[in-house]
Design a protein around this ligand. Structure first.
Ligand code: GLP
Length: 241
């Protein structure tokens, strides 16, 4: 695992933006695996700035997101569909038909999982997958205990994850209890992975990721079995290592 330590969140975001822009410039038909949550917000801001300043062209790019809450409509401001439109897709020249996100409102959730996993094979897998990490080590919404051989599936969210994500909702009760997420094996299909972590609250997870043996209790540790992972952290997230 390659490790890059940046001074702070802003520098981290600029670095990740630079790597994504390079990917798109080198390979205009790239498939980008994208993440939601607070961690990639700075990166998306920089990508939008870069699109306006440097005319980076996203017309032929395809994106595949990791996950979505079960029960939220695409138009729900708390859904990851809405998040991606608001924070990136509406601001760059990407073709909306080439942006894929699991459907959290499918009538048959098992079929939706199968459909999305097939898409990862047919449209993807991503050339570059961007990942955040939960305080409990989750990637996508793969909570501790998820099998390293899992593909796209439905997951019960850990109480700690619901509490951590409650900041995006009016109240904790509004945070869905389930999500649909790419599995660990699905994520490992990507060519390259960039895992980002910023701030003190991620320091324990990063320390465990770097120092402990891979274990299903720490989903991100599955990345140690991948050949091309870059961990980009800021000094606060790295301080306990
Ligand atoms: C969320 C998302 C993950 C994200 C993680 C960390 O629940 N499903 O994809 O990486 O938790 O979130 P944040 O970046 O807001 O700390």
């Amino acid at each position: 695992m390659k490790i890059i330590v940046m001074k702070d969140y802003q520098e981290l975001s600029e670095k990740v933006c630079e790597l994504i822009e390079k990917q798109v410039n080198d390979q205009p038909k790239s498939v980008l695996g994208l993440a939601t949550g607070g961690s990639p917000l700075g990166t998306y801001k920089e990508l939008i700035k870069g699109y306006k300043k440097r005319a980076v062209d996203y017309q032929q790019v395809t994106t595949m997101n990791l996950d979505e809450y079960i029960g939220l409509d695409k138009s729900d401001p708390q859904s990851y569909h809405f998040f991606m439109r608001q924070h990136l897709f509406d601001e760059i020249n990407i073709n909306p038909d080439r942006t894929y996100i699991p459907n959290g409102k499918a009538n048959n959730q098992d079929k939706e999982c199968e459909r999305y996993e097939r898409l990862i094979e047919e449209v993807g897998p991503p050339d570059l997958q961007l990942l955040g990490i939960g305080q409990n080590g989750h990637i996508g919404f793969n909570e501790p205990g998820t099998s390293f051989t899992s593909e796209t599936h439905i997951i019960e969210l850990a109480e700690s994850t619901r509490k951590a994500n409650a900041r995006f909702f009016d109240s904790l009760e509004d945070v869905p209890k389930q999500a649909i997420t790419m599995g660990i094996r699905s994520i490992l299909k990507s060519e390259k992975v960039i895992l980002i972590a910023s701030g003190e609250r991620k320091a324990a997870a990063i320390k465990s990721l770097l120092e402990d043996e891979p274990s299903e209790n720490m989903p991100a540790s599955a990345l140690k079995n991948h050949k091309n992972v870059t961990l980009i952290v800021d000094e606060e997230a790295y301080m306990k290592v």
